[in-house]
Design a protein around this ligand. Structure first.
Ligand SMILES: [Mn+2]
Length: 380
């Protein structure tokens, strides 16, 4: 049976600023994971490697990224004799400044590599395995155009695969976010819908054939806990069989720690490790919650430093912790002392705070001030 390997949103060259000092290492991982995708496509004897948009993070990637990608695609097409199809997405859309235009000669030199949209091409027909890959490539980063409207399946080949990069209306979406309507996915005659743009794996219900977002092979943002997969699709006369294959190396895992019950950095670190086992390939999204005593001396930077080496990276998640500044806490700070007067003044400011951000600033100042006035060495 013909086999298609479907990936998307590889985002080679992404800046990954959210990963801080580990960003460049993760950019290298994105490359290695793309090489693993090629390895898998060769192992599976795939008839086609299909990239459903955003292979590159930008329209003007460094030439080293372009050469790397072309070398890997040539490894696939060269060793297998099969075909690779690139669909230009929202980050690497077609146009005068497109990577596919700027490096047109280099792309053309790779045998059996096709870029949909180049020379107005909307189909790549693989006569041997009987697959027709069809799609209307993106020409801008935002668009209200429905890519699937007006796209028809092949009348000659048994397996028509529609490729699209956009947002299906099963979730609220912006009107210019490359709309794909569920109705368009219900059109008959297609064997598979290869979707891109969303970075977590998702199978869309209600389509006339399997309609799958393979998602980004490596997460592109801290909320993408469903990233890290590619789709291996077997096309048969009774329909396409889709296998979700884990390809990514780094995984985003979320945890929320109650800092009101962890008196010091050591206790905090123990609690974090208990929630999420240390793993150098885990990106830990750490939420902090709880109620802190006004004199607890909690220091977020210091606490996070105690666990940062246990994971690939620790990224701040929701921070909802607050100071407990009830009458009891205030009574413990005598009014006759400066510390008591300071705390009461800050409490009034807190009551008048306009929003969460201002509240957090006042709470930080209050906690720091109380600690200083009590003679603690907190300014290191
Ligand atoms: Mn993308």
């Amino acid at each position: 049976m013909p086999v298609l390997v479907h990936t998307s949103d590889v985002h080679v060259g992404a800046p990954l600023g959210w990963l801080g000092d580990r960003a460049s290492e993760q950019r290298e991982q994105i490359r290695r994971t793309f090489s693993s995708t090629v390895d898998l496509a060769l192992e599976e004897r795939a008839d086609c490697l299909l990239i459903a948009g955003d292979l590159f993070d930008s329209g003007s990637p460094p030439s080293s990224d372009v050469r790397f990608v072309l070398q890997e695609i040539a490894r696939f097409t060269g060793e297998s004799g099969s075909t690779a199809v690139i669909f230009p997405g929202s980050h690497d859309s077609l146009g005068t400044a497109s990577v596919y235009t700027n490096y047109a000669d280099e792309f053309a030199r790779v045998a059996r590599l096709f870029v949909l949209g180049e020379d107005d091409r909307t189909a790549v027909d693989l006569v041997g395995p009987g697959i027709s890959i069809r799609g209307s490539a993106l020409r801008s980063n935002r668009s209200t155009t429905h890519q699937l409207a007006g796209l028809a399946p092949s009348t000659d080949l048994p397996f028509s695969v529609a490729v699209a990069h956009g947002s299906v209306d099963v979730v609220p979406r912006e009107p210019d976010d490359h709309p794909i309507d569920l109705e368009e996915l219900a059109a008959p005659g297609w064997a598979y819908f290869a979707l891109g743009h969303w970075h977590s794996w998702r199978e869309i219900e209600g389509a006339s054939a399997p309609a799958v977002y393979a998602g980004a092979p490596e997460a592109m943002a801290v909320d993408q806990t469903g990233a890290g997969h590619i789709a291996v699709v077997e096309l048969g006369s009774s329909g396409a069989a889709v296998r979700k294959h884990r390809i990514g190396v780094r995984t985003v895992v979320g945890a929320a720690i109650d800092v009101g019950t962890t008196p010091d950095a050591t206790a905090f670190a123990a609690r974090v490790r208990e929630s999420v086992p240390p793993d150098i390939d885990t990106i830990l999204r750490l939420g902090l919650s709880g109620l802190l005593a006004v004199d607890s001396g909690f220091d977020e930077t210091g606490f996070l430093a105690a666990v940062v080496d246990d994971y690939f990276q620790v990224v701040a998640g929701d921070r909802t912790y607050h100071l407990r500044l009830d009458d009891e806490a205030l009574a413990r700070l005598p009014e006759r002392l400066v510390v008591g007067q300071f705390a009461r003044m800050m409490k009034r400011k807190l009551d008048d705070a306009a929003g969460d951000e201002e509240r957090r600033e006042i709470e930080d100042a209050l906690q720091l001030g109380v600690a200083l006035l009590q003679g603690k060495d907190v300014l290191r």
